[in-house]
Design a binder for this molecule. Sequence first.
Ligand code: ZDP
Length: 344
Amino acid sequence: MQFRKYQGLGNDFILIDARKTESPPIHPDQARLLCDRRFGVGADGLILALPPQGLGDVRMRIINADGSEAEMCGNGVRCFARFLADLDGATPSGSWRVETPAGIIVPQLLADQQVSVDMGEPFLSPSAIPTSIDAGELLPEAWLEVAGEQLLVAAVGMGNPHAVVQVDDLDLIAFTELGSELEIHPAFPARTNVHFVQVISPNQLRMKVWERGAGATLACGTGACAVLVASHLRGACAREADIELPGGSLHIRWDEANHLQMIGPAEFVFSGYCYLEENTELQFTKSIDCSTDCSQGCLDPENCPSASARANAMAVLDKFSLNQLVDLANESIEQRTIKRIKGG
Ligand code: ZDP
């Protein structure tokens, strides 16, 4: 199977073109293996291009490094646009209507490897995020105990869930402990992406990302949008800001139509081929049940499971006399084991 690797601000993805296939050619376990940085290709997630099911040009599925599925992926959708352009050439408008579980998202190619994306509207209703935190006056927000600390956590949905925590100094927080615990906090039933934000000025924010299903990553596009929304509603920044992430900067604007507009880079890294071992699930759907599938004749004589079972049975029959076989059938496993231990 051929794949191409892309990255946006160091948030990296394996992309696979499956637009000509009916069903996804990859199982989540295989995606996890491919994303592994030591046993696989290495990536924060794997993205499949699939045939559209609705009004879009193409459909995108995102599998996190841990094999879980995400509804949306901001850096991923920029990489997705670059991937489609590299495979097919850009469309005249340089944009595509991409179907995602979070709705139709429209990336557009710009100069200098940049891509802008209409990321749609933010979700602020608790059930849509989803979170059990109550919808406050402006946004769902609550003090939660996380790794022994009290954190004021805001919840924002961008198709996928985000928790936003404002801090005075990003360099002084227990990032890994807080991120990993907040990811699985019961207030977020579908788990959550976690972001810590430090306000530098009304048009400049710094953030650190702990991604659901991927851990610490260098950037998160949906997360940067969620951070801008939460920070603006908290009165900490304007409707438009540069957001500095460990992997570089994203420009985010919350426009008059309530849509988030994101601009950032997406770059090709390398392409390759991989051979995927069949996993249990795929093997299971392919395995033959002789008693039903082979009524018209053996479907796979080379690997017929009942042929080897028959051969074993014949070998046993050849080895024993009829009387020995009757004894064998009448002995319990326990008796046979005792006999074997005693060397009988
Ligand atoms: O929601 C999730 O499970 C995320 N891990 C999906 C990936 C989000 C991403 N970092 C982004 O840029 O939006 C790719």
